[in-house]
Write a protein that binds this ligand. Structure first.
Ligand code: LCS
Length: 397
């Protein structure tokens, strides 16, 4: 049976696997080796010249990591994938490959804090121009496209306010203007179990695999997924020479293990988040809830079209602003105060002072990130326990 025809859960377990001819191991072995032995000097030369397939050095490729890359490419519907040492490693390796001095990037203003920092402070030091706009506003995208634009960068759902951008509409508009421009979509919040931006017209998907893809809070990793040619360039330039952000084989093994349950985990994350969002919407101490599954969410209809389910992330504001929000977070007993997301444990944090502290107060306001916003990653615990914890803390406000 060809993997292509299988369902997502089957692919997550079987796609890309290489039969272990030596010992018949069921799971992919960990090739914890930095370098690979050549039969001869000539063979080494052929491998470096690309005239013969085979491993050279783990920064360029590794057998454990290759299986993982093939699997993630299959799950995202891409020709190829590149594993990196972190989500930021993926994003920076990707953007260093696409952009150069004199080029222009359009980016959504609502991004994970360090992605915003890279685009706002980092890459601009090297002569790349960046415009921050609202990519859910198609007229804004259109009016910012320029002859030197090389990428349109967005997250959907966006961190931390769950803003939804229509991937198909943005991709069409951008490619009608210039088919060479890369639409890069950070698919971390949805995961490939819920959304495949490449099928919707995006050119490149990036991930913080630290989150749902791994799912167990014990790995930092990332991916770039897209056309084989482009991924080859990111591997041989963005990763090999510019960032060196190579994934360790042990982390690749842990990711392979985590991916086996991605579909099952996402179903529980979605169920918990949607029930929590409904509960919060009804509680008198809560002012606003951001969850794409709520009919009141601005991007609900687009999310319903482009996602299979609405995800495990939500954010909300309580009456009384930042002070009341912090009081609530500190009163929780089960839900854990920590950044990161997509783990078995439900995690709660305050973006303005934590994940998005790279934004100034003005930049937060311009991006619709309220000073009192609280972000919750719904974990895999039993829903009633999470709601009881939230209820007790909210009732105290
Ligand atoms: N993209 C998104 C949407 C993210 O949320 C993060 C990290 C990254 C990229 C970067 O990935 P990393 O290098 O950490 O693997 N987001 C975090 C967050 O919201 N809390 O802690 C990290």
């Amino acid at each position: 049976m060809k993997n292509d025809a299988c369902g997502f859960g089957t692919k997550a377990i079987h796609a890309g696997n290489v039969k272990d001819l030596q010992y018949g191991a069921l799971t992919t072995p960990i090739y914890q080796s930095s370098t690979f032995v050549f039969d001869s000097c000539e063979q080494g030369g052929r491998r470096f010249a690309g005239a013969e397939n085979g491993y050279i050095y783990t920064r360029l490729g590794n057998p454990t990591t290759s299986v993982l890359e093939s699997k993630v490419a299959a799950l995202e519907g891409g020709e190829a994938a590149l594993a990196t040492a972190s989500g930021m490693g993926a994003i920076s390796s990707c953007l260093w490959t696409i952009a150069s001095a004199g080029k222009h990037i359009i980016a959504d203003g609502t991004l994970y804090g360090c992605t915003f920092a890279l685009l706002n402070h980092g890459i601009q030091r090297y002569g790349v121009d960046v415009d921050f706009i609202d990519t859910s506003d198609l007229d804004a995208v259109k009016s910012h496209l320029r002859p030197n634009t090389v990428a349109v960068y967005l997250e959907t759902p966006a961190n931390p306010n769950l803003k939804i951008t229509d991937i198909a509409e943005v991709s069409k508009l951008v490619h009608d203007y210039n088919s060479e421009i890369k639409v890069v979509c950070d698919n971390t919040f949805a995961s490939p179990a819920l959304q495949n931006p490449l099928f919707l017209g995006a050119d490149v998907v990036v991930h913080s695999a630290t989150k749902y893809l791994n799912g167990h809070g014990d790995v930092v990793a990332g991916f770039v997924v897209g056309k084989a040619d482009f991924i080859g360039q990111v591997r041989m330039f963005g990763l090999k020479d510019m960032t060196g952000a190579v994934l360790d084989p042990l982390a690749a093994f842990l990711l392979l293990r985590g991916l086996k349950t991605l579909e099952l985990r996402m179903a529980r994350h979605c169920e918990n988040a949607s029930k929590i969002a409904a509960f919060l919407s009804e509680h008198p101490a809560v002012e606003k809830v951001n969850y794409p599954g709520l009919k009141t969410h601005k991007g609900h209809e687009i999310a319903a079209r482009q996602m299979k389910d609405f995800g495990g992330m939500l954010s909300f504001e309580v009456r009384g602003g930042k002070e009341a929000g912090m009081k609530l977070v500190n009163a929780l007993q089960l839900i854990t105060v920590a950044v990161s997301l997509g783990d078995a444990e439900s995690l709660i944090e305050h973006p303005a002072s934590m994940t998005h502290a790279t934004y100034s107060a003005e930049e937060l306001a311009a991006s619709g990130i309220a000073p009192g916003l609280i972000r919750l990653s719904a974990g895999l615990e039993n829903t009633e326990d999470l709601i009881a914890d939230l209820k007790k803390a909210l009732d105290q406000l």
